[in-house]
Ligand binder design. Structure first.
Ligand code: HEM
Length: 136
């Protein structure tokens, strides 16, 4: 069997934390309409409980993302690869800002737009992460 290296740990933590961030939003999005219908008060509790898991995961995503950038030596990579990293990090920033708007916003527009953009940009960050993986 192949032996794990520091790169394996770095990518494992980055992918694990990003799975919690992206997958958690998908699962919560599926649960909330059923919860709201059965127990109208429960959605707030569910959202708060999710936040206590998702935000620490996002911190790990950013910390391991910085570790990725330091480790791969961006200046030695192709322009296409660098542009993809830029788009990947931009999408990661947008998903964080959108999720913050969703959880702090009080208007229906902030909730809906923040939630939808938070998930879409998270999915796009995941996709561009995999482009980086296949392009390295
Ligand atoms: C929600 C946000 C994010 C998601 C979903 C995400 C997801 C991913 C995924 C799936 C990969 C491919 C891992 C692999 O090679 O198997 C990846 C790679 C990468 N990510 Fe992210 N990421 C996010 C945020 C960030 C941030 C904030 C940074 C930088 C500060 C970053 C920097 C990188 C870099 C440089 C790579 C290439 C690593 C390598 O090939 O060694 N990511 N990301």
């Amino acid at each position: 069997m192949l032996s794990p290296t520091a790169d394996t740990i770095r990518l494992f933590l980055h992918v694990l934390a990003s799975s919690v961030w992206v997958g958690g939003q998908i699962v919560l999005g599926g649960l909330v309409p059923r919860l709201r219908a059965a127990f109208p008060e429960s959605t707030k509790v569910a959202a708060q409980a999710f936040g206590r898991i998702a935000w620490p995961a996002f911190v790990v995503v950013v910390a391991t993302g910085i570790w990725n950038i330091v480790d791969i030596g961006v200046s030695d990579t192709s322009t296409d690869y660098q542009v993809t990293i830029f788009v990947h990090v931009l999408l990661a920033a947008l998903t964080g800002v959108s999720a913050a708007v969703h959880s702090l916003g009080r208007s229906k527009l902030a909730l809906a737009l923040g939630g939808a953009l938070g998930l879409l940009t998270a999915l796009a960050a995941l996709f561009t992460g995999l482009l980086l993986q296949s392009g390295s």
